[in-house]
Design a protein around this ligand. Structure first.
Ligand SMILES: *Cc1c(COP(=O)(O)O)cnc(C)c1O
Length: 456
């Protein structure tokens, strides 16, 4: 007992630590209050350790612990992560990594002033909503376009501005939850539009929509079931059937595509994902999609459609609450330019990743294991599958070559990878930690190897 008391007595007082050499530097960097808080917390923790039988670790150790605590205090919570899961559009890991050009455009816009809301020709106030519009119209064939903060916001805005207090008819098979609590029926309720459900989970016919139309109906809505697939005995009308029905009754046709690709996914060995151009060409009045799913750009919601409707959206008050900032607009423009120039697959990271062949991935996996030297001895190369993810192309996967790491305790190894520097997020498969290099940026490979050398 007495030895515990002796050890406790060896702990210095806060004031004493404040007089030590590092304290002056700490106060410079973190401010006096934070330093005192960190010292108190460190001493508290040490007292606990000593009561549980530990010895006083000495002053040098104590000062190091205070330093660690101060660093933690200001450490940014958002930091880069190496995505070794093979899920290309990993929503939890921030969806699309951006192209060099998009990043440079965002840097330039952020660094100085821009003509965000200023018409350089007339010298008068301009609109932030005109930017990127010409590019979007060129790429999609739409008459007009509008950018907002994200696609959830785009859907809310479209329903609020064009159908508030009126009915919108939608198939029961499309009342989807996208993730992060975004459910179509809830968004509909939030917008003040009245949801009219028709059909069944697996089959909805044109006549189901037709019989539900009343004087109160404002629109028919199609929601792309982008994150799941109903298989077997299913039916949904084609977009052109929808368009014909909407036109016949003078209703709007709203098409929420979600993933919103501008290029065909089939040449990559994936099923066909509806493109924005197809929706516009087939006559949808308003089409909504994300900027950071298969478009591969910064987070945004993109609305394209008939000029008169887009103009109504621009003037609707909610638009102000969903507005995009200058860096996002700059990033979107630069990203769209890759599509205009026909270089999307070579310049946009998600398309580069999707386009990687099994041979390329196998070569990279082998190179990684070789680079590990003796530490790589227990590694194995396993054929596996990479997912597209991010609410795009459900159940679709691409062949890949996994690096299975050695070790009996895969949960502990995966945790060490996540919590180390750099943070590495891997997958566990068949009780082994596996790395899929498809989603590891080439620029991250060296850091990944260095960390694996430490751990294995
Ligand atoms: C992803 C998705 C949304 C939401 O888009 P965010 O960009 O995540 O806000 C809405 N609708 C569909 C069909 C989606 O796939």
């Amino acid at each position: 007992m007495s030895s515990v008391q002796d050890e406790l007595r060896r702990l210095p007082a806060v004031d004493q630590i404040m007089l030590q050499a590092p304290a002056a530097d700490w106060i410079q960097v973190y401010g006096r209050d934070a330093v005192i808080e960190a010292i108190r917390a460190t001493l508290d923790a040490l007292r606990g350790d000593i009561r549980r039988g530990a010895a006083y670790p000495g002053e040098a150790d104590l000062l190091r612990r205070v330093q660690d605590r101060l660093e933690q205090l200001v450490a940014p919570t958002l930091r880069p992560v190496i995505n070794a899961t093979g899920v290309v559009l990993h929503t939890n890991l921030g969806r699309a990594p951006l192209s060099t050009d998009a990043l440079e455009a965002m840097r330039q816009a952020g660094e100085g002033y821009t003509n965000l809301e200023f018409d350089l020709d007339s010298g008068r106030r301009g609109s932030r909503y005109v930017h990127a519009e010409a590019l979007l119209c060129r790429l999609t064939g739409a008459e007009a376009a509008l950018l907002v903060n994200n696609n959830a916001g785009a859907v809310l805005l479209v329903l609020s501005a064009l159908a508030q207090g009126r009915q919108v008819i939608i198939s029961r098979g499309q009342l989807v939850e996208i993730g992060g609590g975004f459910r179509i029926p809830d968004v509909m309720a939030q917008s003040g539009a009245h949801l009219v459900e028709v059909g069944t989970t697996n089959r909805t016919y044109v006549r189901d929509y037709a019989t539900a139309i009343t004087d109160e109906t404002a629109a028919l809505m199609r929601v792309h079931t982008s994150n799941f697939r109903v298989m077997g005995f299913t039916y949904a009308p084609s977009l052109s059937e929808f368009v014909a029905l909407a036109a016949e009754h003078n209703l709007l046709l709203l098409d929420d595509l979600g993933s919103g690709t501008l290029i065909d996914t089939q040449p990559f060995g994936l099923t066909h994902e509806p493109t924005v151009q197809e929706s516009v060409a087939q006559g949808a009045d308003v089409v909504t999609f994300s900027g950071d799913k298969l478009l591969g750009g910064p987070q945004a919601g993109i609305i394209v459609g008939k000029a008169e409707l887009i103009e109504r959206l621009r003037r609707f008050p909610l638009t102000r609450a969903l507005r995009v900032d200058k860096t996002t607009i700059a990033g979107i423009q630069a990203n769209l330019l890759h599509y205009v120039k026909g270089e999307a697959v070579s310049k946009i990271p998600i398309w580069q990743m999707i386009a990687l062949s099994l041979d390329e991935l196998a070569a990279r996996a082998k190179k990684l294991v070789d680079a590990l030297g003796p530490a790589g001895a227990g590694c194995a190369l396993w054929p596996g599958r990479s997912m597209i993810g991010g609410g795009s192309l459900p159940e679709e996967s691409l062949p890949t070559m996994l690096v299975a790491l050695p070790g009996d305790d895969s949960t502990a190894l995966a945790q060490s990878l996540r919590t180390g520097q750099p943070a590495i997020v891997a997958r566990i498969q068949d009780e082994r930690v596996v790395l899929d290099l498809r989603t590891v940026l080439p620029s991250q490979e060296e850091a990944l190897i260095a960390r694996l050398r430490q751990l294995l």
